[in-house]
Design a protein around this ligand. Structure first.
Ligand code: ADP
Length: 473
C-alpha cells in the first residue's frame, strides 16, 4: 500500500509537540510492515533543513486568491529517516523559522494544502491513502472530493483524518473564501461550522474515516470539543480511537544519544540515579530527594497555570524533602510566575523556560516522577516516554492518560491518578508519591522495572491504522 501523510510537523524536521513525534514515527513502522509511506510537510526553516541533502522532485504553480504562487517540492536524499520525507516550499510563505503563530497562518496553510493536492495530482500513479493530520491539513479531504482542479482524479483516493488536538480548528472568516482553490458552490456548506470556514469541521465532514489519538479522547470529544461536539457526535459511525505508540528506537534509555548514562530494565536503579545526579548538579538540587518533573507546553489545556501554586504548596508541605524541575514554554504569564518561584524555592525547584529536546530526554531518564495535570489530553506522549524510561507518572485521569496509566492502588497498577485538574488533587498525588519514595523504596524500584516493560511501541497501532486503510479500499 502507498500512504501519503500530510502534516504541519514531522520529527526531526520540525517539532512543536506530539504531532511531530507521531508523524515522524508511524510512517517508519508502516515501511517496516512493507508499505510505502511518504510524509509531506511545509519547508519550515529549521536546523534539519540545512543539515540534510535535498533533491528537487516537482515544481508547480497555483493561485492564492488573486495571487499566483510558485511552489516546489523537495525530497530528503539519504532516506535515513525510514520513510520518504518531502517538503513543500512556497517562497515567502512557508520558509519561516516557526511552524505556527504568524498572522498569515490561514494563507500559509491554504497555500500548502493547495500545493500538496496539485503535486499529487501531477503523479502518474495515485497513492492508496491520503492521511491528513490536524486542522492545518483539514481542507485536503474536502479538496480531493470537491476541488475543481483535483476531483476528477483524486476524489477516488480514500482520505483518513487524524485528530491530534481538537482545541485548535483553524477557523477563519467567510470573507477569506477567495483564498481557497476553486470548488463547486453547492459544496461550500461542507466547509462551514458556526458561520465560519472551519478546516477541522470540513475534515470531519469529508474525510472517509476519522481517527483520534486515543479511544478515551474520542468519547470526550462528543461532549467537549471547543464547539465541535455535535459534529463529533454526527460523525461517530466513521470514527475510531487509536492509541498512539512511541518510537522505541528514539525513546530508548539503553541507546539514547541525548544521555550520558544508559540503562536497561536490569540496570535501571543505577542508570536512573546517574542521570538524576547529572540533573541535580545542573539545577542545584539535592539528589536524595524525590525528583518530580513537568515537561510541556505551558497552556491551559495542560493545566500549566496550576503549577506555580501546586509546586509552592507541595514544597511547603514537604520542606527540604522534594525537588521539582519544570521544562516548558508557552503563555508568558505562566512562564513569569514559574520563573518567580525559582528565587524563593532555590534548592528545591529548577525552572527551564524554553524548548530543549536534549533536556527533555534527561528529565525522562533522571526524574523519579512525571506530573501531567492536563485538563485535556488527546493521547499524551510524555507519560509513555516516562514509562519507557522508568519514571512513574502522576496523571489526571483524562483522555489518553486515562487509557494508559493505571493507579498503583488498583490491581496491576503502576502510576498515580487523580480526578480533577485542581491544586488540591495535584498536591495530594505528590503526597502519595513522596510517601512511596521515602517509605517504600523497594516498591519504587519494582514499579520502575514494571513500567519499563510495558509495550507502547507503534507495532500494534500501525496494525490498527492498516485495518482502517484496508476497510476503505
Ligand atoms: P502536545 O499536546 O504538546 O503535543 P504530547 O504529550 O502529545 O503533547 O507531546 C509532547 C511532546 O513534546 C513530547 O515529545 C515532549 O517531550 C515534547 N515537549 C513539549 N515541550 C517541550 C519542551 N519545552 N522541550 C522539549 N520537549 C518538549
Amino acid at each position: 500500500m502507498e500512504i501519503v501523510h500530510v502534516a504541519a510537523e514531522c520529527f526531526p524536521m520540525a517539532k512543536a509537540g506530539g504531532l511531530a513525534d507521531v508523524v515522524g514515527a508511524l510512517p517508519k513502522y508502516q515501511v517496516l510492515q512493507g508499505h510505502i509511506a511518504k510524509v509531506v510537510v511545509p519547508m519550515h526553516r529549521t536546523e534539519f533543513l540545512y543539515q540534510q541533502q535535498w533533491e528537487l522532485v516537482h515544481e508547480g504553480s497555483q493561485y492564492l486568491g488573486p495571487q499566483f504562487f510558485h511552489y516546489s517540492v523537495i525530497k530528503e536524499k539519504s532516506n535515513g529517516l525510514g520513510f520518504d520525507l518531502y517538503l513543500v516550499d512556497i517562497n515567502g510563505l512557508l520558509d519561516r523559522e516557526k511552524i505556527y503563530g504568524y498572522p498569515d497562518d490561514t494563507e500559509r496553510f491554504i497555500a500548502f494544502q493547495n500545493a500538496v493536492c496539485d503535486w499529487i495530482n501531477s503523479w502518474k500513479h495515485l497513492p492508496d491513502i491520503i492521511h491528513c493530520h490536524d486542522h492545518h491539513t483539514g481542507l485536503v479531504p474536502f479538496l480531493l472530493l470537491h476541488g475543481i482542479d483535483f476531483k476528477e482524479r483524486l476524489a477516488k483516493i480514500p482520505s483518513v483524518f487524524t485528530v491530534h488536538n481538537a482545541q485548535y480548528n483553524g477557523a477563519f472568516s467567510w470573507e477569506q473564501k477567495y483564498l481557497l482553490p476553486a470548488c463547486s458552490l453547492q459544496y461550500w456548506s461542507l466547509l462551514d461550522w458556526h458561520h465560519q470556514i472551519n478546516p477541522l469541521a470540513a475534515a470531519l465532514k469529508t474525510a472517509w474515516k476519522i481517527t483520534t489519538v486515543s479511544p478515551g479522547y474520542l468519547q470526550e470529544l462528543r461532549s467537549s470539543a471547543a464547539g465541535l461536539e455535535q459534529l463529533f457526535e454526527n460523525e461517530k459511525e466513521k470514527s475510531i480511537g487509536i492509541l498512539n505508540g512511541i518510537d522505541t528506537s528514539i525513546w530508548d534509555p539503553g541507546h539514547d544519544p541525548y544521555l550520558l548514562f544508559h540503562y536497561t530494565v536490569s540496570t535501571a536503579k543505577t542508570g536512573k540515579r546517574q542521570n538524576k545526579e547529572e540533573l541535580c548538579r545542573r539545577f542545584g538540587l539535592e539528589v536524595d530527594r524525590p525528583l518530580f518533573c513537568f515537561i510541556g507546553r505551558m497552556v491551559h489545556e495542560k493545566a500549566a497555570d496550576l503549577l506555580p501554586v501546586a509546586i509552592a504548596q507541595a514544597v511547603a508541605t514537604h520542606p527540604q524533602k522534594i525537588s521539582f524541575i519544570v521544562l516548558g514554554t508557552g503563555e508568558k504569564s505562566i512562564e513569569e510566575q514559574l520563573d518567580l518561584l525559582s528565587g524563593p524555592l532555590q534548592g528545591s525547584v529548577g525552572i527551564h523556560i524554553g524548548y530543549q529536546e536534549a533536556l527533555s530526554h534527561l528529565l525522562y531518564a533522571g526524574a523519579d516522577f512525571l506530573l501531567m495535570p492536563s485538563r485535556v489530553e488527546p493521547c499524551g506522549l510524555n507519560q509513555l516516554y516516562a514509562l519507557r524510561f522508568g519514571t512513574i507518572p502522576l496523571v489526571r485521569a483524562v483522555g489518553g492518560l486515562k487509557d494508559t496509566v493505571r493507579d498503583m492502588g488498583d490491581p496491576g497498577g503502576f502510576g498515580i491518578r487523580f480526578e480533577q485538574p485542581h491544586v488540591t488533587d495535584i498536591v495530594h498525588a505528590i503526597d502519595r508519591a513522596v510517601s512511596l519514595y521515602y517509605q517504600q523504596p523497594a516498591h519504587v524500584d519494582s514499579f520502575r522495572q514494571l513500567v519499563m516493560q510495558i509495550d507502547h511501541s507503534w507495532h500494534s497501532a500501525a496494525n490498527e491504522y492498516l485495518q482502517v486503510y484496508k476497510s476503505l479500499k
